[in-house]
Design a protein around this ligand. Structure first.
Ligand SMILES: C[S@@+](CC[C@H](N)C(=O)[O-])C[C@H]1O[C@@H](n2cnc3c(N)ncnc32)[C@H](O)[C@@H]1O
Length: 228
């Protein structure tokens, strides 16, 4: 645009600049919103996907209400401390706290831990529950006299060794859906995918001390493909 044209029609040059500026501001806003949404989506989804990338894949599959009832049924004569290893959305910990346990959950996924704390607060059991963002393989379960685990078959032999060496002799362990490979359960409750197995530390710790081979026991056949 020549000097002359500018002199005759000065508004034309400025409105062009204003258009350009507002277009680039809109571009920045759109980039910010899209970028921010992607970062937020990644932050939420990554902790749910991460377990699948570990050596032992233990995904978030919440216990059914029949499963929770079975856990409470087999522990009805017990009290004191309880831990749910891989506590998910906190449903077992919260149900146990409502039945008088001082209950804790160890969970890798921070979103699930924050949600569990919120649920415990909403249900009025925040004083008798604790939730830790923690890797189960790095935590010690020595302080707990009742232990609940809804794991996967691939991790159960390693967990047997860990719990055998850590737990007090007075402890009971409840396995949901998948039993331990060599421990002998003292009883079971429920059927199919809702089955829970109960183990007494006195038994599995004495077998450990007597050095019985890990394949000494034959247990009920397990069907580990029943995740549904
Ligand atoms: C099968 S779900 C069981 C959830 C809960 N216990 C229930 O019964 O509803 C297993 C949970 O373990 C968590 N998890 C996976 N790997 C873990 C690890 N290394 N340490 C702690 N928690 C883990 C998963 O995020 C998932 O929430």
């Amino acid at each position: 645009m020549s000097q002359e044209e500018l002199f005759v029609n000065p508004g034309q040059c400025c409105s062009g600049n204003t258009d350009k500026r507002s277009r680039s501001r809109l571009g920045l806003i759109v980039t910010g919103v899209v970028g921010g949404s992607l970062v937020a989506l990644y932050a939420v989804a990554a902790p749910f996907v991460a377990p699948a990338l570990r050596k032992v894949c233990l995904p978030f599959v919440p216990a059914t209400s029949a499963q929770v009832d079975n856990v409470l049924k087999v522990l009805r004569a017990r009290s004191g401390t309880l831990v749910d290893i891989g506590s998910g959305d906190g449903r077992i910990v919260i149900a146990a706290a409502k039945h008088g346990f001082q209950a804790s959950g160890f969970e890798l996924n921070p979103w699930l831990v924050w949600y569990s704390r919120y649920r415990a607060w909403r249900d009025g059991v925040h004083r008798s529950t604790s939730f830790y963002i923690s890797d189960l393989w790095k935590a010690s379960f020595a302080p707990y006299s009742n232990v609940v685990i809804f794991g996967v078959p691939q991790m159960m032999d390693q967990l047997e060794l860990k719990l055998s060496s850590e737990l007090p002799i007075t402890a009971k362990v409840v396995a949901c859906r998948f039993p331990f490979p060599t421990w002998i359960p003292e009883c079971t409750e429920g059927e199919g995918i809702d089955t829970v197995w109960v183990y007494d530390a006195k038994t599995f710790k004495s077998n450990l001390h007597h050095g019985l081979p890990r394949d000494t026991f034959t247990e009920k056949e397990i069907k580990p493909d029943s995740w549904s």
